[in-house]
Design a protein around this ligand. Sequence first.
Ligand code: LLP
Length: 462
Amino acid sequence: MNHFPIGLTPAAAATLPGHPFVGYRDGSLQVENLSLSALAREHGTPLFVYSKAAMLDALAAYQRGFAGRVAQICYAMKANSSLGVLQVFAQAGCGFDIVSGGELVRALAAGAEAAKIIFSGVGKTRAEMRQALAAGIGCFNVESEAELDVLSDVALTMNLRAPVSIRVNPNVDPKTHPYISTGLKGNKFGIAHEDTLRIYRHAASLKGLRIVGIDCHIGSQITEAMPYLDAMDRVLDLVAAIEAAGMALEHIDFGGGLGIDYQPDDTPPAADALWRQLLAKLDARGYGGKKLMIEPGRSLVGNAGVCVTEVLYVKLGEQKNFCIIDAAMNDLPRPALYQAFHAIVPLTAAGESAAAVPEARYDVVGPVCESGDWIGHDRMLRVAAGDLLAVLSAGAYCMSMASNYNSRGRAAELLVDGSRVHLIRQRETVQDQMRQERLVTPEAAGAARPVPQSKAEPLSLR
Ligand code: LLP
């Protein structure tokens, strides 16, 4: 059901639930001070529009939570790695949580300080390790014993000692979608709680490493405080054991994962309220003075963005009505991948053309040739072809997971800052998409044939 936003008449001047900087003014949906219809007319659709104020507001909740503490917020850039978005966080003094050499290059290009970058992920290559060591990143979050050995080896060849944290798996259930739950036994992430001390001792014995911290991340879109509180207890037990064994830890990295309200049933704790509880735990156990690191992604950008899309066709059927829009699973992959809910709202009070059409229940779908290409099921909408809709909570894990499936170009992105707008990504053209590809020329095809003509077997079409 599209029961979101409840009780909101588009004509009223009100912000949308969960989206403090997106709301209707004079019947028209705005991001900060700018009308989305006007932006869509100028830049076309599908179009991602982000509010800078919303990102800074979300960041401020964490900053309030950490007031008076030694803490570093490392934005998990996989949530949205567009340069213009990274720049907002770099300018606000954030560090970055990266998971690839590509993300390292992006973060640095956006103005990140290398010393505030931490490198997570289960499959870092030697080349990525070299690249990150050469850049002088702050910490590698190592996820296996084998990775410790390789990292030490790589660091020694560069005459360096790599700063490391080991990601521990606290085995708590974050109560989220299985694909985005990471801290349970049986997930590929981190090392088992029971093996921690042994593996820290191993790390301490490696000449190319310098132990700096401990790390954990239990999952994503977590909407309750309890899994975090449980994980903190388990991590602090490990901190005590590691330090008792003579290995000092400079920081505790508690990962990311805090959810956002995609719909009214999602009621995640506010970042500052959550951290008040977690810090009370740290204080009670005597670790309140330790440096803290966190890696939030979604909670910093998710509700800062919307995706504006045009209704292409309305197709009424006996069993179902379809509202076919110009955004698709390649732009907004979360419904197809995780059966995720994104609210869908009209851009104008009733949409001039739509005013005359009755409200009906629709499946909102994209043009991609798959039944999995849906953006919303069973949504009550008053729509006609040509109307514009906004898909909400589209700031995180949408553009960063967008693809070119069906040879669709990726959408344009705008960053709104008060009454100003910046085009931070141009719409991708088909020429952009084909740039790295080559046709096979007849001569090259001949030259590439490995078997001499005389011995060649007849070509089988099997
Ligand atoms: N740190 C680590 C090690 C992570 O693996 C992640 C996310 C984060 C931090 C940031 O988590 P966040 O604060 O954004 O929840 N594509 C999925 C989400 C995948 C999350 C992967 N890891 C989705 O669209 O829901």
